[in-house]
Design a protein around this ligand. Structure first.
Ligand code: GAL
Length: 325
């Protein structure tokens, strides 16, 4: 049986058997092989009926000199099929033994039919502060390293992705010397940055953005490395701003329930639209075991709140997310 045929069968099976599925935030999240998903600091795109999740693959048995990105596919956002370690890269820029490749974000360019991946590329001391760009003809093939850039000629560390309702694609990046972060529009082929859309003077990273009911909501985390902190949000009616002041997304003493933002995912269904907070609960000394905190957000009317983590159900067809009692 070919891998593609098997994938189709697995997708059909998961779609048929589970219209409503349950998310268990903070627990291990097994893929179809029973292995904890390796998609840390990740991002999700939807192409046709399929969701693809890309993230840092920190498997224990990875070669120490290489850095990896894994790709998973799903129709229901809960049952994930491991597809490939789509990046297995040796230090592309002489960054040294402890070099890092973090927070991969993949965009699908409908015009060029290419998948374009942005990654934070750095040395162990985080002085390189650049973005690496890779491409592939298929979502789960072996991505080819193209180049590294400093977007808008700025230092860039944590990156985030945003695709607006009109299909425009944006890179969010934190830039320490400016004490803030940028939202920048990608060029038509997504292989470079076209222009600055907005600079927000707030020292935040882990940038995540969503457009919901006519307002943009932006989440960022304070800069405390792997240690969780109170993540904040702001709103604007235009991407260019002005942005509101930043407020806590959860009671600050919980430090975002131990998580750090990586993305907000909008699930548009036949009945309703839900926005999911995707966060990483980092385990610095056992990164392969870092957990995921995904919860449906309480969002609307300029307010955003991350509920206390507990199991919840999701139906990607209707768009309904319900927190279990
Ligand atoms: C965090 C960042 C992670 C990683 C880590 C290293 O602030 O969000 O992606 O870079 O620092 O300490």
């Amino acid at each position: 049986m070919s891998a593609r045929f098997l994938f189709t069968l697995l997708c059909l099976a998961s779609a048929a058997s589970a219209a409503t599925v349950t998310v268990h935030p903070t627990e291990t999240w097994p893929d179809q092989r029973g292995r904890h998903i390796q998609a840390h600091g990740g991002g999700i795109i939807k192409v046709g009926p399929n969701y693809f999740w890309f993230g840092e693959d920190r498997s224990k048995d990875n070669a120490p000199d290489k850095r990896y990105v894994a790709c998973y596919a799903s129709k229901d956002l809960v049952n994930w099929v491991f597809r490939n370690q789509v990046v297995q890269l040796t230090d592309p820029e002489h960054l040294g033994e402890k070099w890092v490749l973090e927070r991969p974000k993949v965009f699908y360019n409908a015009r060029t039919k290419k998948f374009v991946m942005y990654v934070h590329l750095d040395s162990g001391s985080y002085q390189f502060a650049r973005v690496g760009i890779l491409t592939c003809d298929t979502f789960d093939g072996n991505y080819k390293y193209l180049k590294s850039i400093r977007p808008l000629n700025q230092e860039s560390r944590d990156i985030g992705q945003f695709i607006d309702d009109d299909g425009s694609a944006y890179l969010i990046f934190e830039s320490r010397p400016t004490h803030g972060f940028f939202i920048a529009k990608l060029s038509d082929d997504y292989l470079s940055i076209e222009k600055k859309t907005c600079f927000i003077k707030a020292p935040l990273e882990g940038g995540a953005l969503v457009h919901f009911n006519g307002l943009y909501y932006l989440i960022g985390s304070k800069m405390t490395g792997w240690t969780p902190n109170p993540n904040k949000y702001a709103t604007a009616s235009r991407l260019e701003g002005p942005w509101s002041e930043f407020k806590d997304i959860a009671p600050p003493e919980t430090n975002t329930y131990g998580a750090q933002s990586t993305m907000m995912l909008k699930v548009v269904g036949t009945q309703t639209t839900s926005v999911i907070f995707m966060g990483d609960m980092w385990s610095p000394t056992s990164q392969w075991d870092s957990r995921y905190l995904w919860m449906p957000l309480e969002i609307g009317g300029g307010k955003l709140g991350l509920p206390q983590p507990r199991p919840w159900t999701l139906d990607t067809v209707t768009g309904k997310a319900s927190i279990l009692p």
